[in-house]
Design a protein around this ligand. Structure first.
Ligand code: UT7
Length: 325
């Protein structure tokens, strides 16, 4: 009998500090950087974002989201036999955020590791967990996307610093004889490294290169719309489904215009798209599980519905997970 992986519970966490566009614009104005609520809303759909406190790292946000997901699933950390965290903003160079989360949850022993695929990270992590469950090497996985992008923003660069926020989202994935994840599709193309990157790195006790986010927004925009359509279609084809079967589209939350274009290409009506970018900004690997948990908790997403999760980000990386909730 085929083993599937199924979402048992979801959780999320947003740091306390919330900045509206007006709050952020006022802070930036003090540093001589000009922006406005009108520009940000019109070009991106973002109205607010959360920033972590100085003492909070990705592992703290991830642990809070994990506790919620464990609670929703009705299991304890001891039941986990796999922990994967998708992040590009880890607490340290090493060890991984996943091992820190494991310890903070009071668990030990099961494999724990991070996946680095930037804004596609959660899709990559979910695909790996699904493969490990299907192969029988795991039965109950905690999969998290957690980011503190506020730490890698250049607040002198208005073209990027207004776009991102901090947060974490988590799912518990368990082995089941019922689907579950129906199809997955992952891709990468390293030639696009320079259009979205943080070029700085630790070198002999210092930082070499600029350790802040650089992005060619328009190049990213054009690529994103194309690959999000392609990967969604690839997952649908693998599962022998069509775009008409999608109950909820949960794309990476980077820009409302990218999400609307993707929905249009997939012939999914905009009221079937889960949108949190307005309240969270772009939280990179955390954006998809945060959106998923939001729509599960407010009752939009119901058991038995078909969800299309899809991400795109630095690398370039992109991919999708089609699942029955
Ligand atoms: O998760 C990673 C994936 N990332 C993305 O998906 C981002 C994709 N790209 C985008 O979302 C959009 O390209 C942006 C939101 C980043 C930019 O929107 P745009 O419509 O492509 O604007 P633009 O870069 O063409 O800039 C238009 C104008 C420029 O002024 P001029 O040259 O026309 O006078 C910018 O200097 O807007 C100006 N501008 C701003 N004005 C006020 C850029 N940033 C700001 C700002 N506030 N924050």
């Amino acid at each position: 009998m085929r083993i599937f992986s199924r979402i048992l519970g979801t959780g999320s966490y947003l740091p306390e500090k919330r900045l509206t566009n007006a709050d952020l614009a006022a802070e930036l104005a003090q540093q001589g950087v000009e922006t406005s609520d009108d520009w940000i809303v019109e070009r991106t759909g973002i109205r607010a974002r959360h920033f972590a406190a100085d003492a909070q790292g990705s592992s703290d946000l991830a642990t809070e989201a994990a506790r919620q997901a464990l609670g929703a699933a009705g299991i304890s950390a001891d039941d986990l036999d796999l922990i994967i965290v998708a992040t590009s903003t880890p607490d340290m160079v090493f060890p991984s955020v996943a091992t820190m989360v494991q310890h903070k949850l009071g668990a030990a022993g099961c494999p724990a590791f991070d996946v680095q695929a930037v804004c596609s990270g959660f899709i990559y992590a979910l695909t790996i967990a699904d493969s490990m469950i299907q192969s029988g090497s795991a039965k109950c996985a905690l999969v998290i996307g957690s980011e503190v992008f506020s730490r890698i923003l250049d607040f002198q660069d208005r073209t990027t610093c207004v776009l991102f926020g901090d947060g974490a989202g988590a799912v518990i994935l368990e082995a089941s004889d019922q689907p579950g994840i129906l199809a997955t599709d992952l891709h990468a193309d390293g030639k696009y490294k320079d259009i979205l990157c943080v070029p700085g790195h630790v070198n002999r006790g210092g930082i070499l290169g600029d350790p802040v986010l650089k992005m060619d927004g328009q190049a990213v925009f054009k690529l994103a719309v194309g690959v999000l359509e392609d990967t969604a279609r690839a997952s649908l084809a693998k599962a022998n489904l069509t775009d008409a079967d999608i109950d909820w589209l949960i794309p990476h939350q980077a820009n409302i215009r990218i999400m609307q274009s993707t929905a249009k290409k997939l012939k999914v009506s905009v009221d079937k798209v889960v949108v949190t970018v307005d309240q969270h900004g772009n939280t990179s690997a955390a954006s998809i599980p945060l959106a998923l948990d939001t729509a599960v908790r407010d009752g939009r997403i119901q058991r038995g519905q078909t969800l299309m999760l899809e991400g795109v980000g630095g690398g370039f990386t992109w991919g999708s997970v089609l699942l029955r909730y």
